[in-house]
Design a protein around this ligand. Structure first.
Ligand SMILES: *Cc1c(COP(=O)(O)O)cnc(C)c1O
Length: 454
């Protein structure tokens, strides 16, 4: 095979970013502010600091500082697994017989197996620096809890994870990784919080929900001195930390003289997509370059393609601030999809605003075609992708096939957010041919949207 470019567009450790990029600074129309659900006024730093670490609350509210220094201790941690590789998918291009050049930024090269570690380490650092004893959080499928437990163990912080009970029982492997890193993992609902006890009384034997786990995690943080609550996606601070993905991608492409045409990411709460595209969106907002950006979401949870742009609760438990976002309604319960990390009713306010301004396109894809793309990718590229990441693979393949039809040699870049090692039950369903797709009806979406806060 003729290689006009190395298989990996390598950056050296010396080229590690020293600043995160805050895309909100370059947006002339900013994302709408978070609102306090009680007063319906923009949340203040004081209010946010009761739930989140103060420095993180500041980052959340800062929509004017473009570059924020990454503290040295976080850079030291990043050195263990970053810069992450930007890989040229030669074998996939060959299999597709496409003139397109395909590149993927692989974030699965760490024990937690996904990009979530990029923000977990930042959040744990600021909690430690504030002198806190620990942090609490919820986890559904377990990727976020795993990343956070690694970050907390590094900074000697307590880490209390409320894990949705059905995942706790059905996905013991991630639970055990968390415990190995020293986290305490509690199946939710539990009898350790008022929220949990209340749910247990009302629904004895329930297998839990993410909304309930969030309520428990928030209560457990705000009722104990020395604790704060942390969240792995959706928030602007998380997009800020994840901008490391885009900064490295931009630098590697520059270093090798490649101009991206299309940039693709999967979208759950929007943090990996937002992080990947941020520096490129910045170039576009400043009039320096033009790109096509595509957000890919599951057809079973289509917040951008079928949701409404409105203020809604970030959580099913209705305890977190109101955020203006593309949402399916915080009461929307997506069908059991194997891409657990994409089962979220809303979308980051920044990604939502960029989408509303027409800067990002969105596409929804069905689960079985996503797994076909995952299998085809794994067989030629040798990496077993996470089901979430495979949404981006599916659309990258679609775009590469369009290039074959039109004869255009476009440069397609996509985010490969994680590995699929802990998703083998999903692959088993796919291999057995028993995977099904559930797409919500318009009536179901309208029903949950009718409950939006006024
Ligand atoms: C959590 C997760 C996602 C989705 O989260 P975003 O905030 O939308 O990035 C995607 N891929 C993997 C592997 C994940 O763990």
């Amino acid at each position: 095979m003729k290689h006009d470019m190395p298989y990996k567009l390598i950056l050296t450790e010396n080229e590690l970013a020293t600043q995160w990029y805050n895309v909100r600074a370059d947006m002339s129309k900013k994302p709408a502010p978070l609102l306090n659900p009680a007063t319906r006024k923009p949340v203040t730093l004081d209010e946010l600091s009761k739930v989140f670490c103060t420095e993180l609350a500041k980052q959340e509210l800062d929509d004017t500082t473009a570059y924020i220094d990454i503290p040295g201790e976080i850079i030291d941690f990043y050195r263990m697994y970053r810069p992450s590789p930007l890989v040229r998918a030669y074998f996939l291009e060959k299999a597709l017989d496409t003139p397109a050049h395909i590149y993927y930024k692989f974030e699965g090269n760490n024990t937690s197996g996904s990009h979530k570690l990029n923000s977990a380490i930042a959040q744990a650092y600021y909690a430690k620096k504030q002198g806190l004893q620990g942090v609490t959080t919820e986890t559904g499928a377990g990727q976020w809890g795993t990343a956070l437990s690694m970050a907390c163990s590094y900074f000697h912080l307590a880490c209390d994870v409320f894990m949705v009970k059905c995942s706790y029982e059905q996905k013991p492997f991630r639970r055990e990784v968390m415990r190995t890193f020293g986290a305490s993992v509690t199946p939710s609902p539990s009898d350790t919080t008022n929220a949990g006890r209340d749910i247990l009384k009302r629904f004895p034997g329930t297998s839990g929900s993410l909304g309930c786990a969030i309520s428990e995690a928030v209560e457990s943080a705000v009722t104990r001195p020395g604790y704060r609550y942390v969240l792995g996606s959706v928030l602007s601070q998380v997009l800020l930390h994840q901008s490391i993905i885009g900064i490295e991608t931009q630098l590697a492409l520059q270093k090798y003289g490649v101009k991206a045409d299309i940039i693709i990411g999967c979208a759950g709460g929007g943090s990996n997509l937002g992080g990947l595209i941020s520096p490129f969106i910045g170039e576009q907002l400043r009039g320096e370059a033009n790109y096509r950006f595509i957000a890919v979401e599951p057809a079973s949870c289509p917040s951008l393609t079928r949701g409404t742009y409105a203020y809604d609760f970030c959580d099913t438990g209705r305890v977190c601030p109101l955020s203006k976002m593309y949402t399916l309604g915080c009461g929307f319960i997506p069908s059991a999809n194997h891409a657990g990390g994409l089962r979220y009713h809303g979308m980051s306010s920044t990604v939502s605003e960029l989408y509303d301004q027409g800067l990002i396109e969105a596409r929804s894809v069905e689960q079985s075609e996503v797994f076909k793309a995952a299998r085809d990718f794994a067989r030629v590229e040798g990496t077993l992708p996470a089901p979430e990441s495979s949404h981006a693979i599916k659309v990258a393949i679609d775009e590469a096939i369009k290039c074959k039809e039109s004869g255009e040699a476009k440069n397609i870049v996509f985010g490969l957010t994680g590995t699929g090692y802990f998703d083998m039950m999903a692959y088993q369903r796919f291999n057995d041919g028993t995977m099904s797709d559930y797409i919500p009806t318009d009536a179901e979406i309208a029903k949950s949207l009718a409950d939006l806060p006024r």
